[in-house]
Design a protein around this ligand. Structure first.
Ligand SMILES: [Zn+2]
Length: 374
């Protein structure tokens, strides 16, 4: 383990005896009584383990117990990283340098004391499949790869048009080429170590960028694949919901809620399948904003071990021209809830309900038949 002050926080002196680590009061910590042992701060550069820091401090006239107490104080204040040396050694220098801001950010944002090592391990072991490699989807793929997601595949059978281009996604050379291949090249430009092959393995998470037919989400539900939607059009961006099969509102739940408010919604929805405007109202800034928000939610899901509360049973929505993200709450459909009451909590746990006793009536229950599958 290697001790270092969190690299995302700048240490500054408030007076001769008080060190402030970080500038913004929402992150900063001030430690007093540190004037005579200030030399120890300079030793916390990630090159020494705890014992080596204490030994080096002794050379500066700092007693071992004093150094030990200060290290403990800094750790308790949440401004110290203890990065596993083994993880450091496995990272090539260029990759370590490129990912340093990613690790500094996640370590600070989540208050992790390991310098982002656990998040890095989770990200590098994660396989995300992005369905739709257009203006939003290709940007999501490049952002996730740049953030350290180890395997990002794009699935899209379409051809790239000028309207699909965005600075973080497809480029002019991709026009007329398959969008999925263009997205893979874009990933290669920003994160060459990332796998982009679209194999048949079940992904850890799917992102549905743009519009897709209901069978895609139904298949992901059946396969127990968590999936996040991200779309932009009509000068509105929407990220979410994140569907965690069996545990949160699914896309069907949202459609049922919309149909409750608008009886014509099913008819409108049926006419959307397979249709796309030639000139969608989705400019580069909107597409990139949606891609960034979706990527942030994916990274939260990965870093937090399967949780992304902002988009679980909710959508984040950006309506131009305000550019202010707002959250809308959605609930699992009452149909699903009614079925859960009939069958018990175990049966309500999504696709696992298939393992319910044979006498279970999930699929035969009139209240659930053909309805919410989450
Ligand atoms: Zn549902």
């Amino acid at each position: 383990m290697r001790l270092a002050l969190k690299p995302g926080l700048l240490p500054v002196w408030r007076d001769n005896d008080t060190l402030q680590i970080g500038i913004d009061p929402r992150r900063a910590v001030a430690i007093t009584g540190i004037g005579r042992v200030a030399a120890l701060i300079g030793l916390l550069d990630g090159s020494r383990d705890r014992q080596a820091v204490i030994s080096a401090a002794r050379a500066h006239g700092i007693a071992a117990d004093t150094a030990d107490r200060l290290i403990s104080l800094l750790a308790a204040a949440g401004v110290l990283d203890d990065f596993p040396a083994g993880t450091l050694r496995t990272l090539p220098d260029a990759l370590r340098t490129r990912l340093a801001p990613e690790l500094a950010t996640t370590s600070l944002a989540h208050g992790d004391g390991d310098g982002g090592a656990r998040a890095l391990a989770r990200r590098s072991a994660t396989y995300v499949r992005v369905y739709g490699a257009g203006k939003v989807g290709a940007c999501i793929a490049t952002l996730l790869a740049a953030a350290g997601i180890g395997h990002v595949a794009c699935r899209d059978t379409g051809t790239a048009f000028a309207a699909d281009l965005a600075p973080a996604g497809l480029c002019a050379a991709d026009i007329g080429e398959p969008r999925s291949a263009g997205a893979a090249r874009a990933v290669g430009r920003s994160a060459p170590e990332t796998r982009t092959d679209d194999d048949t393995r079940r992904p850890d998470l799917a992102v549905l960028a743009g519009s897709h037919g209901p069978e895609l989400a139904a298949g992901l539900l059946a396969d127990d694949v968590p999936h996040l939607t991200a779309a932009a059009g009509e000068a509105i961006g929407i990220v979410g919901p994140l569907v965690i099969p069996g545990r949160s509102a699914c896309l069907r739940c949202l459609d049922m809620a919309r149909a409750e408010r608008d009886p014509a919604w099913p008819m409108v929805l049926a006419q959307l399948i397979g249709r796309q405007l030639s000139t969608p109202a989705c400019d580069c800034v909107l597409a990139t904003s949606v891609a960034a928000q979706a990527s942030a939610q994916v990274l939260t899901f990965v870093d937090r071990g399967g949780r992304a509360d902002a988009v679980t049973n909710g959508t984040l929505e950006l309506v131009l021209p305000d550019w202010q993200w707002r959250r809308r709450t959605w609930h699992r459909s009452r149909v699903a809830a009614a079925a859960a009451r009939v069958l018990g909590p175990a049966a309500a746990a999504g696709p696992r309900r298939r393992r319910a006793p044979a006498s279970g009536t999930w699929t035969e229950n009139p209240a659930s038949s053909g309805q919410c599958r989450s």
